[in-house]
Write a protein that binds this ligand. Structure first.
Ligand SMILES: NC(=O)c1ccc[n+]([C@@H]2O[C@H](COP(=O)([O-])OP(=O)(O)OC[C@H]3O[C@@H](n4cnc5c(N)ncnc54)[C@H](OP(=O)(O)O)[C@@H]3O)[C@@H](O)[C@H]2O)c1
Length: 262
């Protein structure tokens, strides 16, 4: 059975870069009508143009900050006004931060939770009626740090643990309405995400990736497309009875107890 999203409307948050960009491109290649969200208008429009080239369908780019009520409301309203329906919601947008308990950093904690947890809760809540109508589904992008016990990124790890439990509980709440809810949990994935939070140059990042890959049982980091392929698989009819699951795509990294121990 081929995967086909023709006539399906898919909303991808954080589509202006990284995993969200790869996911948008793959859905576009599979015929989906896309609503794409990010704050960087130039990058978002470039991704929309690349999606358009694939099958000739014009995505709807929405410039919005999902850490604000206005940004979330704008995203939900513009998507439904434009397409009149929604079949798949991919909650991908997130920020990370290298923050632990000492020193206490409430500004970073609030920022991470505002975007990574509050924004997801609010956007999903606003779009649930449309997903019930279409018997659609939700794919949340989590992280293996939600379950690995590593010191160094505490609010972000807590936020992703919250997202995992959100996934399970909302899956149970919406199952009787015919809506599936799942998460894909990436390991180290090549994008600007880690480079940004560690303040590395491209060269330092590539060097770090090479070194870190020795800790990954499969020996290499994920690419955005590796995550995107799992997202479309879960969002498709291939997974019609899959709900409340969290699927790791990490080359086995979650089994490495202490980074650098191999
Ligand atoms: N890369 C990894 O190693 C890794 C590992 C595990 C999990 N993840 C998860 O994978 C997802 C994507 O990460 P990535 O690696 O692709 O990161 P990325 O390259 O930094 O992309 C993040 C995306 O989220 C958007 N975004 C961030 N804050 C936003 C906000 N307030 N409002 C709207 N959009 C916002 C960004 O767009 P703008 O900048 O245009 O706003 C960008 O499109 C995240 O949920 C992350 O936690 C990543």
């Amino acid at each position: 059975m081929n995967i086909d999203f023709s006539d399906k409307v898919v909303l991808v948050t954080g589509a202006s870069a990284g995993i969200g960009e790869s996911t948008a491109l793959l859905f576009a290649a599979l015929g989906a009508k896309l609503s794409l969200v990010g704050r960087n208008e130039g990058k978002l429009r470039a991704v929309a143009a690349a999606c358009h080239k694939l099958r000739g369908l014009q995505p709807l780019p929405i410039v919005a900050d999902l850490g604000t009520d206005e940004g979330v409301q704008k995203t939900a309203k513009e998507t439904l006004d434009h397409f009149g329906r929604l079949d798949v919601l991919v909650n991908n947008a997130a920020i990370g931060a290298l923050t632990s308990l000492q020193p206490l950093d409430m500004k970073t904690f609030d920022e991470v939770f505002r975007i990574d947890v509050r924004g997801v809760y609010q956007l999903t809540g606003l779009l649930v009626p449309a997903l019930i109508e279409s018997k659609g589904n939700i794919v949340n992008i989590s992280s293996i740090v939600a379950t690995m016990v590593n010191v160094g990124s505490l609010p972000y790890s807590m936020a992703k643990a919250a997202l995992d439990h959100f996934t399970r509980i909302v899956a149970l709440e919406l199952a009787p309405k015919g809506v599936r809810v799942n998460a894909v949990s990436p390991g180290i994935t090549v994008s600007d995400f880690i480079k940004r939070i560690t303040d590395q140059t491209e060269e330092q990042y590539r060097e770090w990736l090479g070194q870190y890959s020795k800790n990954i049982p499969m020996g290499e980091p994920c690419l955005g497309d590796d995550i995107a392929k799992m997202v479309v698989h879960i969002a498709s009819e291939h997974s019609r009875l899959v709900t409340g699951t969290i699927v790791e795509v990490d080359g086995g990294l979650r089994f490495t107890p202490i980074a650098g121990s191999r």
